[in-house]
Write a protein that binds this ligand. Structure first.
Ligand code: SIN
Ligand code: FE2
Length: 204
């Protein structure tokens, strides 16, 4: 049985065309002028290797006080830029046509960045999926089970790929082992951008 039929994990390779990838990249870079990428600090005091910003009413934040969603950028104090329409459309098609996402975390990975195995559990209602869009260099993505100690396996996420953690897969552990530097020419200077759409607050 494939992972997709058993767990509600869906991978849509190349879901975004090269043109759509370039347009979305331009929107991310424009957003980052207003809401710059920041290496946030974990509650344990470690700066993350991944630089982050957000789109939407809420942005995912971490600092000494913990993990949470905030309506303003931690350094500028300004609201986050709006979520681009192309992402709202993807969510409506693949995740939920009625309730829009209210947060889009944007991760930037340079050639040395990675993300430890974790669950996305700072959202109010796990009925809503997490929808991920990858741009730029390919990631070696790791996915496991509901328990941290469950077996894991790795797969590649390339530019334009969309994946969903939905239903029983919503709380699977996942992370990024490494980035394959030079595998894409989309981002000037290289690197990978991952956008994850989430519903952080309960549906009204
Ligand atoms: C995340 O779990 O926040 C990001 C996953 C990814 O970069 O593909
Ligand atoms: Fe995550």
């Amino acid at each position: 049985m494939s992972l997709s039929t058993t767990t509600g994990f869906r991978l849509l390779p190349g879901r975004l065309s090269p043109e759509a990838q370039s347009q979305l990249l331009a929107q991310v870079l424009a957003g980052a002028e207003q809401a710059p990428f920041v290496h946030q600090v974990t509650p344990g005091g470690k700066p993350m290797s991944v630089a982050m910003t957000s789109f939407g009413p809420l942005g995912w934040t971490t600092d000494a006080r913990g993990y949470r969603y905030e309506p303003r950028h931690p350094s500028t104090g300004q609201p986050w830029p709006d979520i681009p329409q192309v992402l709202l459309d993807l969510w409506s098609e693949l995740a939920d046509p009625q309730v829009p996402p209210d947060a889009c975390l944007i991760n930037f990975y340079d050639a040395r960045a990675k993300m430890a195995l974790h669950q996305d559990r700072d959202e109010a209602d796990f009925q809503f999926p997490v929808l991920s869009v990858s741009l730029g260099d390919t990631a070696v993505f790791r996915i496991g089970g509901l328990r941290r100690s469950d077996p894991t396996h790795s797969m590649k996420l390339s530019s334009g790929d969309v994946c969903l953690l939905a239903g029983e897969a919503r709380l699977l552990h996942h992370g990024v082992d490494r980035i394959l530097a030079g595998s894409s020419r989309l981002i000037p200077g290289g690197g990978r951008i991952n956008l994850t759409l989430r519903r952080a607050r309960p549906a009204q």
